[in-house]
Write a protein that binds this ligand. Sequence first.
Ligand code: NOJ
Ligand code: CA
Length: 499
Amino acid sequence: MIYQIYPRSFLDTNGDGVGDLQGVIERLDYLQWLGIDAIWLSPIYPSPMKDFSYDISDYCDVHPLFGALATFDALVDAAHARGIRVILDWVPNHTSDQHPWFLASRSSRDDPKRDWYLWHDGAVDGGPPNNWVRAWVDEPAWDFDPTTSQWYLHCFMAEQPDLNWANPEVRQAMAEVLEFWLARGVDGFRMDVIHLLGKDPALGDDPEDLKVLSHVVLNDREETHGYLREIRAQLDAHPTRPMAVGEVYLLDADRVATYYGQGDELHLAFNFEPLFQPWRAEAWRGIVDRVLSSHDPRGAWPTWVLNNHDAPRIVSRVRSAERARVAAVLTLALRGTPFLYQGEELGLESVLLNPGEVIDPGFRDGARAPMPWDSSPSHGWASETPWMTWPPEASERSVEAQRGVAGSMLEFYRDLLALRRREPSLQLGDFAYVAAPDGVLAWSRQGTGAPVTVVANFTHDAVEVPQRGEVLLSTIGSRGSQFDGLLLGDEAVLLRPEA
Ligand code: NOJ
Ligand code: CA
């Protein structure tokens, strides 16, 4: 169970309005109490912050806003002392345009770092080299640089030029970055947009109808798998066997599964299909089928993600806290590794900003509101005015307001995490559907420890289901100890089935 921290929005300890690493250190006891195994830190590197540290100007340091390397070291020690592993975000596809590598690369066509990025002549009409578009807006993925009269590729903002992974010096430099952090004790890496590393050297156009989201020509290339095998060999050679989870933003479980290679590429890959599905049992059954049928044959272990810093929060998507609990059961009781995102356990909703208040160039501010720790005006932060507005009902949903309160979202998540920890079958057991009426998804987990049956109602209506057994947990809160087959609307139950 991996818990994503977006450090900017976690906890500010020095009053500058921005969350920091000291804030993470101070809340490790909370995370241990919650019952997580590992934290993934979104980027903490020096950065001009055009994309909030996903535009990195130094891969081997900490942005002063977040702290210093010494703070990071203290965080790793403090996490390890609590049995919590630390996974660092690694952004290998692009740097900041302020990174010394890019400053050198753009300075002249003869610079030794020229080929570290993707420079090309324009098309004959004077436009960009091809029709590739960048993320978030329908604009070219190329910028013209008058100094050397060529175009450079940037799959994201112009301030995030793409590295040329075909160049072995680039691969070597990025491998050294991994070594730098491994030497500081990190347990693994979350690898940003890893499916983008390889680029079509022929610069073929994307088909017009597919270019925006899928970039079918630009990304998901065979070369990337070779790079991943190199990275995996490097990690495997390390005595601590660090873990690699990749962001493979392809929305296609078959393609995502290929990034596990033959057990020689990623350990885990994000599957983001659930972020875009309607709240319907058949839709979720479709996802589960696609994930298991594509991952199982190659021994690829799935991941389940409901929230991250790029997507609207689950409570807002399904428009109900009750359904969000059912969704939490899916994440934590389907077969695979669950990822939670800070504030998910509080049932936070996305912030709706007025157009003038939007900060993020990718319009993803909604899920990035600060964590409310208590119900005071500053919600536990060292400043009352954080870099971004508080989430809806911050006082009512704060950690302080929910902790120890039976039936709260926070206590529900904690119970569910504890149950998953207690029941080996929820972690490792086989998955099989069991009979369920329309609108309900039911499955069993067994083969490792005692079996558990999960029954999840996607509808508002109570319904009779064939399952019986001892109630291990219900999203509704207190229930009798025996399940008699009447599942309430928007309820999920976890049962020890009758023998
Ligand atoms: C994916 C990250 O999750 C997102 O926040 C970022 O903007 C892009 N990659 C570019 O690094
Ligand atoms: Ca701060």
